[in-house]
Design a protein. Structure first.
Length: 459
């Protein structure tokens, strides 16, 4: 193409030389017309070839697409035959000027129009799948097509779970039953750092891929909710001597161990405020000593010979515990005695409660069984006047950030933005933790966070 452009420029230069080219001007004009035609046809040809390469594996190699879009598949089969025939003819006649005729240019335009029609039908089909399972919106079309074309091959689909979920890498399949080509049932899930969470009951991959992935999302949340229920019940053994927290954490995944710790801290601090109101002047100091004793137990534990998963689990709990200790210490130093104090309201607090008469249903859609059930306890997050259910998005054993006063201010601002159904825009130099703060808030609230580049270079 560079040579073609150069030769076209040379001909334009010749044509501008007036009387010096008059005796062979018809030849110059003839070649200028030929090269112009070659340029038009080759550009159309490259466009067709590029689009054909993208769609040929989809329409010719995917049984799912062929079944779902039979008319467009038939149309593309005709396009495929025409394009291959044209390429055979070009191979037999390698002279580019003779191959790039006006008739061939018209045929290429017709092929391109048919390809565009097939592409539009494919995009409409993919849009339906994305609406059924919205996390598909954050996958490339190529990855999505691979998933759809392997919808019944569940282990193959699970290779892409990491692109759809924050912490989930894959699920553990049980052996396939007789007559099954691929396994369909699973009993647990793996995080991206190889943490294992047993499912609450057996999960079966049934139906269209977008439907069983939606059920997998619900199974993920339901399993974590059941683990939290058990963890909250057994957390009462921390201070009885039966099972100190540093031993208790071994029986639970990092996310739920940390969440239970935050719930217990919220309950202990709230109880201290109640006792202060009742006249017990040392209630907050006693709560502080309890936090310090539990923290010391974890510090001693982390010095032992532990696996990487256990070590990072305890480090995350220590990170959040240090902030919790500092908050209560500030209450003691500044003699904060009321639960309505802004210093307490401004903290990210986690409650394990069941109040059927609360206005949560007015503030948030009740989407999951434990949220709808009026007899079940719910994990509710509160900060200032914003509150919502903890949504149990599995985040694995992800590293949590150290909470600074600036982090607290970011949390208040961002949650107030969500309260008003608005967006937040942290500003600052590169590498100062803007994105990580938002991801950490999402992990703290059990919300799926998607990070992508919004520059004008992205399409």
């Amino acid at each position: 193409m560079e040579l073609l452009d150069q030769n076209s420029l040379d001909l334009m230069g010749m044509r501008s030389q007036g009387k010096y080219v008059e005796f062979f001007l018809p030849l110059v004009e003839d070649w200028r017309e030929k090269l112009g035609r070659v340029d038009t046809v080759v550009n159309e040809w490259l466009k067709v070839q590029k689009n054909w390469r993208v769609l040929v594996n989809i329409f010719m190699g995917s049984e799912d697409i062929r079944m779902q879009l039979p008319e467009d598949t038939k149309l593309f089969e005709g396009v495929d035959n025409d394009f291959k025939m044209m390429m055979y003819e070009a191979f037999a006649q390698p002279n580019v000027v003779e191959a790039c005729t006006n008739e061939r240019g018209d045929v290429l335009k017709d092929i391109n129009a048919k390809i565009n029609k097939c592409e539009k039908a494919l995009n409409d089909y993919l849009e339906q799948k994305k609406k059924a399972f919205p996390r598909f919106y954050f996958l490339s079309n190529q990855s999505l097509l691979t998933i759809l074309s392997n919808g019944q091959n569940c282990p193959k689909v699970c290779e892409y779970l990491g692109d759809c979920f924050d912490g989930l890498r894959t699920i553990n399949f049980l052996p396939a039953l007789p007559g099954q080509e691929w396994p369909k049932t699973a009993d647990s899930m793996f995080s991206k750092d190889d943490e294992v969470i047993p499912f609450h009951g057996i999960f079966t991959c049934e139906g269209a891929v977008e439907h069983w992935l939606l059920k997998l999302e619900l199974k993920m949340r339901d399993s974590l909710y059941e683990v939290l229920k058990d963890a909250k019940n057994t957390s009462e053994l921390w201070d009885t001597g039966d099972k100190p927290r540093e031993d208790w954490v071994e029986g639970y995944c990092a996310q739920i161990a940390l969440l239970t710790t935050q719930i217990v801290w919220t309950e202990d601090t709230t109880r201290a405020f109640d006792e202060l109101s009742g006249g017990s002047e040392s209630a907050m100091k006693e709560a502080l000593e309890l936090i310090r004793a539990r923290l010391k137990g974890l510090i001693n534990k982390v010095r032992l010979d532990l696996t990487n998963i256990e070590r990072w689990k305890i480090i995350n709990i220590i990170t959040i515990d240090v902030h919790s200790r500092d908050v209560v210490e500030k209450f003691v130093i500044n003699k904060v005695s009321e639960a309505e104090s802004f210093w307490w309201l401004a903290q990210l607090k986690f409650y394990w409660e069941n109040k059927p008469d609360s206005d949560m249903a007015q503030r948030q859609a009740l989407r999951y069984p434990w949220e709808i059930d009026k007899t079940s306890n719910k994990c509710i997050i509160r900060i200032v006047d914003w509150f919502r259910f903890y949504t149990f998005e599995y985040v694995g054993n992800a590293i949590r950030l150290v909470v600074t006063p600036l982090t607290d201010r970011c949390y208040i601002t961002l949650t107030q933005a969500m309260n008003l159904t608005m967006g937040g825009a942290p500003a600052g130099p590169a590498g100062t933790g803007k994105t990580e703060t938002i991801k950490d808030l999402g992990r703290g609230c059990g919300i799926y966070v998607v990070v992508f580049n919004c520059s004008d270079q992205m399409n």
